[in-house]
Write a protein that binds this ligand. Structure first.
Ligand code: V47
Ligand code: SF4
Length: 382
């Protein structure tokens, strides 16, 4: 644990004057510049960034680690876009190799959870040319009618951009329509890396960084919280990571509409970029820690365990992470298809709580907006 005396020790033992200045800034709650962010990637050892990140996370959350009870609906993996890192999608011409769920099949998934205390459904998938705004508004209305208390989180900015353009609506008009149908918040997908040159090389044909940010800003202005992601560990460099986080930090200053930041590690299984391989666990932990230090206006840093693997997600709790997402079952395929160790990602509440308590932290069930629903202690874990 990095306590106040812990940070004094870090400061005392740091000889590099730039790193020392960073540690002092963290101690005094001052914002890091982009140059300092890049410097942390270049010079900050795992021990240095990890201790500082732990200090910040402890100050914000003490020992609490959040999770929620949710399930996923993935309407289709047929997609008109051709992101080179994606192992999940199938082109429209090869749609017989993929899946396309009907309205009834999706409602069957919702009904499967009728007796379970889930609070959120996360709806996300490929961009199918025949699944349009009208279709998804009907789905949202049906789910709300069936279970009004379920929070509807859905659709990446990539899916929304396509739906709105196809319906010939502005982002503002489209967002109002889908909110009216029941959508309450947006997941963070589709952000990848905002830098134009890198984006052109990995996912040229979908909404660009400015478009992604505009969709999220519009949602925030309508009172809908959203998440933010960053796909890292492929062809980007440290400057691109900091630029991405900086753009998110600026929007958060303006709207305060982001719930959390979720770094997504590029997984190399079975896609066009497989030859790039994957970054090491040390690099993952350094990234979480630096995100915690740089993104000073994001309270919540999430490690998405189905992507990272549960042991690495557990490790990240000592590097600034305070959220492990949810008790998802095997309805999410995006990472198992990209080579994650989690082939059928499912964890019971008990498993998740044990994973958290075994590193000395306190599991707290939250809702989508991070209201605390239940603080677990050893007696309440069942
Ligand atoms: O945008 C696709 C990523 C994202 C790969 O908001 C890959 O709570 C790694 O955004 N290796 C979609 N990542 C998933 C997503 C998400 C996940 C969990 C929680 C939330 C949330 C959002 O998955 C895509 C892309 O960045 N992705 N392929 C891959 N091979
Ligand atoms: Fe389609 Fe999303 Fe895969 Fe890109 S990442 S190809 S938008 S499913």
């Amino acid at each position: 644990m990095s306590t106040a005396s812990g940070i004094d020790a870090i400061i005392k033992n740091t000889s590099n004057k730039d790193l020392l200045r960073i540690a002092e800034k963290i101690q005094h709650n001052e914002r890091l510049s982009e140059t300092e962010g890049v410097l942390l990637f270049e010079k900050g050892t795992l021990g240095f960034v990890g201790s500082l990140a732990n200090y910040v996370a402890q100050k914000l959350h003490h020992n609490k680690v959040y999770f929620n009870r949710n399930f996923h609906i993935e309407p289709t993996n047929v997609c008109i876009f051709t992101c080179h890192f994606c192992s999940y999608s199938r082109q429209y011409k090869h749609r017989d190799e993929g899946w396309e769920l009907s309205m009834e099949q999706m409602m069957d998934i919702v009904r499967k959870y009728d007796d379970q205390p889930v609070t959120e459904v996360h709806i996300v998938g490929g961009v199918h040319p025949k699944m349009n705004l009208e279709f998804f508004c009907e789905l949202l209305q049906k789910i709300k009618a069936h279970r009004p208390s379920l929070h509807l989180k859905g659709f990446t900015a990539v899916e929304l951009d396509y739906m709105f353009r196809k319906a010939k609506l502005s982002v503002e008009e489209g967002m109002m329509q889908i909110k009216e149908a029941g959508l309450e918040s947006l997941p963070g997908g589709g952000a990848e890396i905002f830098d134009h040159k890198i984006r052109q090389q990995i996912c040229a044909d979908k909404v660009d960084g400015a478009g992604w940010l505009h969709i999220h800003e519009t949602a925030h202005n309508l009172g809908m919280p959203t998440n933010a992601t960053m796909l890292y560990g492929h062809i980007e460099n440290y400057i691109h990571r900091i630029d991405h986080m900086s753009q998110l930090r600026q929007l958060q200053d303006k709207t305060n509409g982001f719930n959390c930041f979720i770094p997504l590690k590029y997984r190399s299984g079975d896609n066009d970029m497989s030859h790039h391989g994957e970054v090491s666990i040390t690099e993952d932990m350094r990234l979480y820690a630096i995100a915690r230090l740089f993104m000073d206006n994001f309270r919540n840093l999430k490690a998405y365990w189905p992507m990272l693997g549960r042991q690495n997600a557990q490790l990240s709790l000592s590097f600034g992470v305070n959220d492990l997402d949810g008790t998802i079952d095997d309805t999410t395929k995006i990472y198992s298809m990209a080579g994650s160790e989690e082939q059928t990602p499912s964890m019971s509440t008990e498993d998740l709580c044990n994973l958290i308590t075994s590193v000395g932290k306190i599991p707290v069930e939250r809702d989508t907006r991070y209201n605390e629903l239940q603080v677990y202690n050893t007696e309440t874990i069942a």
